[in-house]
Design a protein around this ligand. Structure first.
Ligand code: FMN
Length: 187
């Protein structure tokens, strides 16, 4: 696939086939993620990969409980109340793989670097017919001290990009974008 085609046709996929992803494909995608640029070439990223569907269901339930208990503090999420309350909701959309990209928070460009690694991952996935979606709803739990302890993650690791991966169910959603918000062009 042409890079430009991948950029324009990649969409956040929220409907997946149950087919598992071969381990070598996931490893190849992580290998593409790390070719992102990074401040001072610090390469501050580390990855956690979770495929266990039972675990992902319980993780989704923990995230929903956390989000429901946070609605007072985050009124912008109020419109998702019924979505979070529905026992059928999986915030990971039953995708076969969740990749969590953590950055070393002691490096000041870490969030930017890891976000670029995430986009590399998503575009490389799309190039291979694999869908992805960034799952911001998982931040609260996957960045918590308890979760980090569970996976033996060092304390300085901060979650930047939680990305699900899997083979998309058709149809692929249409994208939309506003006009380019050009503020100024000095000649
Ligand atoms: C930081 C971030 C957090 C996001 N969190 C979620 C999420 O929790 N759940 C979800 O379904 N989509 C999530 N998305 C996907 C966006 O909704 C999506 O990128 C946007 O609507 C544009 O659609 P497109 O990716 O198909 O072009 C997130 C995207 C970003 C960049």
């Amino acid at each position: 696939m042409e890079l430009i085609t991948a950029i324009k046709t990649r969409r956040s996929i929220r409907n997946y086939k149950p087919d598992p992803m071969p381990e070598d494909v996931v490893k190849e995608l992580l290998g593409m993620a790390i070719w992102a640029p990074s401040g001072m070439n610090s390469q501050p990223w580390s990855f956690v990969v979770i495929e266990n569907q039972e675990y992902l269901k319980s993780l989704s339930d923990r995230c929903k409980d956390f989000l429901l208990s946070s609605l007072d503090r985050m009124p912008i999420l109020e419109r998702y109340r019924s979505y979070f309350s529905d026992p059928e909701t999986s915030i990971f959309y039953h995708a076969p793989v969740l990749v969590l990209i953590y950055g070393d928070k002691n490096l000041f460009t870490s969030t930017t670097d890891c976000s670029m690694a995430a986009l590399n991952l998503m575009l490389s996935a799309w190039d291979r017919g694999i869908g992805s979606c960034w799952i911001g709803f998982s931040y609260g739990i996957c960045n918590s001290p308890e979760f980090k302890e569970e996976f033996h993650l060092p304390e300085n690791h901060q979650l930047v990009a939680p990305i699900i991966l899997g083979y998309p169910q058709e149809p692929i959603p249409q994208g939309d974008r506003k006009e380019v918000p050009l503020l100024y062009w000095m000649k």
